[in-house]
Write a protein that binds this ligand. Sequence first.
Ligand code: PXP
Length: 250
Amino acid sequence: MSRRVRLGVNIDHVATVRNARGGAHPDPARAAEQALSAGADGITAHLREDRRHITDADIDVLSALCRRADRPLNFEMAVTDEMLAIALRHKPHAACLVPERREEVTTEGGLAVAGHEARIQPVVRTLSDVGIRVSLFIEPSQDQVAAANAVGAQVVEFHTGRYCHVSGTERAGELERLKAAATQAHALGLEVHAGHGLDFATAAEILVIPEIVELNIGHFLIGEAVFVGLDAAIRRMRTAMDAASSGLNA
Ligand code: PXP
């Protein structure tokens, strides 16, 4: 059965390159505009506690840009009072709650929802109450899916880092784990997204999981843009995803 899976483009690493020189170029807002015109369904940005890439000013501009373009901004945030206040000020279409440790290079694992329900549930409720769609970035495991449902999230985004990192039988095993978690989440009424480390091949392959309705992809697309341009990289990803979700090979 053919379906159109949404593509959220994460533009954090445009800001990483900009910040390497401390100036204004390359501008993440320009990348967001280009991403939308190339076929991205929405923009994803992670305002980290240490502001290593996206800044508060970027979020101001991206919020206004997405509102003008009538496209969703997916605001990735740690579960902190500071980030909650920023989300409530901007009221993005969506907030994705992620774990954050200062010393990590990237978001290295999923949010531990199981065991931390008391901390996470009020944040989910506060965001949901003002109309922000709340997603929890979790490992594809049974206890995390059950906990995400218990705290009232509308969406789970499965961390695909491990799946993308391993190969052979280990990759096949990870795909099975993702399938089982997607089936469980869907049965509970949760919307299923996936992201982290995806490239053309893994993004296409993972769409054998019919419950997935959105992928969020950043690092690979921004890296690929160095060689082919952002527009071409996103168009190729769109084509790969469309082909995979209609049962064809790109
Ligand atoms: N989804 C979430 C929740 C993330 O934290 C990230 C990385 O910031 C991504 C998707 C995108 O991962 P990548 O940059 O590896 O494509």
